[in-house]
Design a protein around this ligand. Structure first.
Ligand SMILES: [Cu+2]
Length: 334
């Protein structure tokens, strides 16, 4: 069962959010098979492997029988390298509850959702007035591991969407459906003030010798590239130095709060807590991160799995006392 706390338990107990029976994780993946049925993987494709078989929770051509009520879906892009833009075949928008591991302050509406490898969308879909068949689709065109076709502001959509999952909608309207709608209050958000950040670090993500680097360095498991002080806030500036590849950047340990994307306010769905943000071509994301809890070491990395494997990863290692960076990683765990 998903992890909850008192606040979320209360939302479920008051039937604001759907109960556990109507709360379903959906891991979306593209996979490719060898002629003998084993999983295909190209060890020499460092852009990232794409698949041509669409699976949800490991099943190809899946269906899910649902009642005429609201369901909560925890959608994960589990692909190695493929970006997904998910959409319902009816055009009905999603009521989005949160991003990655965190609820939003209030539910928002999104007609489609762009998700990189590793990103999660916590959504509610209302099947109360749905037709008997609804598909969860991917509409984004992508032909190699580098990036989707088009740009983030002007994506290329598939002529024929990929039907990832078929919902078979059955029965009469259920009277006890959850009450959440767009605007429903969820978890209060406490923004970190940019003035709290005393340290700024810049990380540039780029390609070198057919592999992947951050600040001209490959991943080194012995090196703490950044050593924030426990309890402090830092401003991290993440830049994609190229237009040819997109990098979804995943930070372990803590949430971060995106304060700007290419100098602008981020889109509503990116304004709260994240642990994974998309660096599309030549983009810059500024974020704030408060190191509240544990000493390190932890990592951050590109979540395109082949980029990560080919060393686009850094270690951050929160310390109790202020420490210059880089440092050897600390020897003992807390
Ligand atoms: Cu990458």
């Amino acid at each position: 069962a998903p992890t909850t706390d008192a606040l979320e338990d209360d939302l479920i107990a008051r039937n604001v959010l759907p109960a556990a029976a109507y709360d379903i994780p959906l891991c979306l993946q593209d996979r490719r098979l060898n002629p003998d049925g084993t999983l295909f993987f190209d060890h020499f494709d460092h852009n990232g492997t794409l698949g041509n078989i669409w699976v949800v929770n490991g099943n190809a051509q899946p269906f899910l029988k649902v009642q005429r009520r609201k369901y909560r879906f925890r959608i994960l892009n589990g692909c190695n390298a493929r970006f997904l833009e998910v959409k319902l075949s009816t055009g009905q928008p999603f009521t989005r509850l949160g991003k990655d591991s965190w609820l939003y302050p209030q539910a928002i509406e999104q007609s489609t959702m762009l998700l990189s490898s590793g990103q999660r969308a916590d959504v509610v879909v209302d099947f109360t007035d749905a037709p008997n068949e609804v598909f969860l689709q991917n509409i984004l065109a992508q032909t190699d591991g580098r990036k989707p076709q088009g740009s983030i502001d002007n994506p290329v959509h598939l002529d024929v969407p990929v039907p990832f999952l078929k919902f078979i909608v059955e029965g009469e309207r259920q009277p006890d459906s959850a009450t959440v709608t767009v605007g429903t209050a969820l978890r209060p958000h406490h923004p970190i003030s940019p003035s709290e950040a005393k340290v700024t670090r810049v990380f540039e993500f780029h390609r070198r010798n057919g592999a992947w680097q951050i600040n001209q360095q490959f991943y080194n498991p012995h090196l703490a590239n950044a050593t924030p002080t426990l309890g402090s806030v830092e401003r991290w500036i993440c830049r994609n130095g190229s237009g040819g590849w997109w990098h979804p950047i995943h930070m372990h340990l803590e949430s971060h709060q995106i304060i700007s994307y290419n100098g602008r306010q981020p889109a509503l769905h990116d304004r709260f807590k994240s642990d994974l943000h998309i660096l599309d071509g030549n983009s810059e994301v500024q974020l704030l991160m408060r190191f509240r809890t544990f000493k390190g070491p932890y990592v951050f990395h590109c979540h395109n799995v082949e980029h990560e494997d080919m060393r686009m990863m850094f270690t951050f290692d929160p310390r109790i006392t202020p420490t210059t960076s880089p440092q050897p990683i600390q020897a003992s765990y807390p």
